[in-house]
Design a protein around this ligand. Structure first.
Ligand code: TYD
Length: 205
């Protein structure tokens, strides 16, 4: 039987160890003979990467930020994610719309209903098949991330901001428990990897 496309997104505050887990999972899927598209948001296309650069470095208000992120997402969905799913590939996306609800919504205060409207406009019914939130107290995340030489607009934010972002993620998990799984990222890399492998096995069964 031909495997169908699978869309998995990965979320969490900085320092949660997302990147190494995405890399390991990508290798595991390739070993099973699956074609994998590893991508990220904001970004993943030439246009979306330009928008990412603006969002990360140029001062702007919170709603402008959300609009640019959704514009980037639309381009990414149309030109990369949907075609990959149509071709039965595995799409592993470093952040997706839950990040917008967490950072622009809970973090910066953009109203939930505005974000929900944009989500419907941009995505229709498309949601990841699975979203993993690597959950971590902000102080632990900060200590792990270490000192960053030239922090971007998000990395410059304080612990209270990341506390709200974390709560925003956990709220999204409560709203969509069948899609979103929370993994305790304060455990060792090995333990987190084992938890992740079980969740993904469950999805692909
Ligand atoms: P990230 O993938 O964490 O970049 P890096 O690995 O280089 O630190 O994402 C960049 C930032 O973008 C991150 O701080 C969170 C932010 N972001 C939002 O604020 N809203 C969104 O919808 C997305 C996708 C990301």
């Amino acid at each position: 039987m031909q495997p169908t496309g699978v869309f998995i997104s990965f979320e969490g505050i900085d320092g949660a160890g997302k990147s190494s887990h995405i890399q390991a999972l990508s290798e595991a899927f390739r070993q099973q003979g699956r074609e994998v598209v590893q991508t990220r948001e904001p970004g993943g296309t030439a246009l979306a990467e330009k928008l990412r650069d603006m969002v990360l470095h140029q001062p702007m208000d919170a709603l402008t930020e959300a609009l640019l992120i959704f514009a980037a997402r639309r381009d990414h969905l149309q030109t990369v994610i949907q075609p990959a799913l149509d071709a039965n590939r595995v799409v592993l996306c470093d952040r997706f719309t839950d990040a917008t609800f967490a950072y622009q919504g809970a973090g910066r205060g953009v109203a939930h209903d505005k974000l929900a409207t944009l989500e419907r406009w941009v995505q229709g019914n498309l949601q990841p098949d699975l979203t993993i939130i690597f959950d971590l107290p902000p102080a632990v995340g900060r200590a792990r991330a270490g000192s960053i030489k030239t922090p971007d607009r998000f990395e410059q934010e304080n612990e209270a901001f990341f506390g709200r972002v974390r709560d925003g993620y956990l709220q999204r998990a409560r709203e969509a428990p069948q899609r979103v799984r929370v993994v305790d990222a304060s455990h060792s890399i090995g333990e987190v990897q084992t938890a992740l492998a079980l969740i993904v096995e469950d999805l692909c069964r």
